[in-house]
Design a protein around this ligand. Structure first.
Ligand code: NAI
Ligand code: MG
Length: 493
């Protein structure tokens, strides 16, 4: 099978790389296998890409190690920054193509996909700016010493990303790692390998030396597991399910104790208090759960509404949710496309069935949308109780629950009654209430009167079982540097 293929999308035609990207070349996998990626809009295969497994990971790690000790080491910090900003420019140059790839392979609306491209370019440019501003301290212990710290790259980094934001997760991961001088073996998600391979081509075009970024398309249990267990990978960064996060941490512990950062699931509360601007709150609540078809780790899936506005809220929220445009990702008006895969579709539909069976009231939705593709209606459940599975577990689809609370205290208690702690929001016009509630909630991000407004300058990550470490902002740089202390004894003669 060839290494490139012309792909036609409803928007444009482009050249799709299909190989694994190792040492700046597209190559076939050692086992010679390929796998198909599916268009979730029509359930048909788009192309087959080459599949990487353990042996390919080994080859990629060797390439990354030799780049780390060789050419990449000689590249100055400001030149690293220049390469990252150049890559950002190329993403923007190719925004139409990249957005079309995301719409085709992931199913997100092409207008939303353009937002992902812009945010990815912004993230890379932001970390490009950091590259020559990574430094330690000088520490004055006594007159006979000179002590200083160096922030050195951790080394070869394994990065495993999911399918919900294929391009954006790629950018979040490589930005801080490259700014700080590491090299990378990236495994993209098997559902959405196409944008990562396209960016690999841009990485070469931008002028990164061979081996600095290697991209493996492949499956979790083979290529992903090989990264987590590898003896010559110094750090692994993972975004995905809590279940797999635990396995990665175990593999890291059982192998070489590689550093681990995890960005996992959530069941984030979105609190609406009686003094909220209800119209505005509903806009954010709607975006909070239905953006990206509910396939967001920080989705505001548990909506907690004060009893004083509960009935009014349900009436307006139902109306708003029913206005969301569901359909073809290539329609520029589309807000909600199909779920990414049959597996995710089935998983979400089984949660919906479970919710109905448990006696939750369907306010709107609750069924598939249309007859082809993995489309699900925006679904709101109300009159739920805390013990229901749909209230406890991450659904990762366009499905939310609305719960009635009687006070601010109860809202906080219910909000925190979860093993997760990724994000939360509170809607109120009282500044004191806003800050009191934000402080009381155990979550990595709290939005006040907004939702899902992530930004590459702001750290993002989880309390409790939602993860370890922070991505984005200057905080992410810490995951990718080892601090070395050098103490020099000064001779007195
Ligand atoms: P997953 O956690 O299995 O997949 C995420 C990534 O991990 C993919 O690249 C996959 O190939 C890789 N992976 C899978 N098993 C692995 C292993 N044993 N070792 C190393 N890497 C492995 O998630 P999946 O099955 O795609 O989705 C299941 C659920 O996970 C979703 O319904 C959702 O609740 C959650 N999820 C959360 C995401 C987030 O952004 N936090 C993203 C994707 C899924
Ligand atoms: Mg796909």
């Amino acid at each position: 099978m060839s290494l490139f293929q012309t792909v036609q999308t409803p928007a444009l035609t482009y050249e799709q790389p299909l190989g694994l990207f190792i040492n700046n070349e597209f190559v076939k996998g050692v086992e010679g296998k390929t796998f198909e990626t599916i268009n979730p809009h029509n359930e048909k295969p788009i192309v087959a890409v080459h599949e990487g497994a353990e042996e390919d990971v080994n080859i990629a790690v060797k390439a990354a190690r030799s780049a780390l000790n060789g050419e990449w080491k000689q590249v100055t910090p400001s030149e690293r920054g220049r390469l990252l900003t150049r890559l950002a420019d190329f993403l923007e140059r190719d925004i139409e193509t990249l957005a079309a790839i995301e719409a085709l392979d992931n199913g997100k609306g092409v207008t939303m996909a353009k937002g992902d491209v812009t945010a990815s370019a912004g993230c890379l440019r932001y970390y490009g700016g950091w590259a020559d501003k990574i430094y330690g301290q000088t520490i004055d212990t006594d007159t006979n010493s000179l002590t200083y710290t160096r922030h050195e790259p951790v080394g070869v980094c394994g990065q495993i990303i999911p399918w919900n934001f294929p391009l954006l997760m790629f950018a979040w991961k490589i930005g801080p790692a490259l700014a700080t001088g590491n090299t990378i073996v990236m495994k993209t998600a098997e559902q959405t390998p196409l944008s990562g391979l396209y960016v690999a081509k841009l990485i070469k075009e931008a002028g990164f030396p061979p081996g600095v970024v290697n991209v493996i398309s492949g499956f979790g249990r083979t290529a992903g597991a090989a990264i987590a267990a590898h003896m010559d990978i110094d750090k692994v960064a993972f975004t995905g399910s809590t279940l797999v996060g635990r396995q990665i941490m175990k593999s890291a512990a059982d192998s070489n104790l590689k550093k681990v950062t995890l960005e996992l699931g959530g069941k984030s509360p979105n609190i609406v208090l009686p003094d909220a601007n209800l119209e505005e709150a509903i806009e954010w609540v709607n975006l909070g759960i239905f953006f990206n078809h509910g396939q967001c780790c920080c989705a505001g899936s548990r909506i907690l509404v004060h009893e004083a506005v509960y009935e009014k809220f349900l009436e307006l929220f139902k109306k708003r949710a029913e206005q969301n445009k569901v359909g073809d990702p290539f329609n520029t008006e589309t807000f909600q496309g199909p779920q990414v895969s049959q597996i995710q579709y089935d998983r979400i539909m089984s949660y919906i069935k479970d919710g109905k069976g448990a006696g939750a009231k369907v306010i709107t939705g609750g069924d598939r949308h249309g007859s082809e593709g993995y489309y699900i209606q925006p679904t709101i459940f109300a009159d739920v109780t805390e013990d229901m599975t749909i209230v406890k577990e991450e659904i990762f689809g366009p499905v939310c629950t609305v719960q009635k609370v009687r006070s601010e205290e109860e809202a906080i208690k219910v909000a925190n009654d979860t093993n997760y702690g990724l994000a939360a929001a509170v809607h109120t016009t009282n500044i004191n209430t806003a800050i009191r509630v934000s402080n009381a909630i155990k979550a990595g991000t709290v939005w006040v009167n907004n939702y899902n407004t992530l930004h590459y300058q702001m750290p993002f990550g989880g309390f409790k079982e939602s993860g370890i470490g922070r991505e984005l902002g200057s905080y992410a740089l810490e995951n990718y540097t080892e601090v070395k202390t050098v103490r020099v004894h000064l001779s007195q003669s």
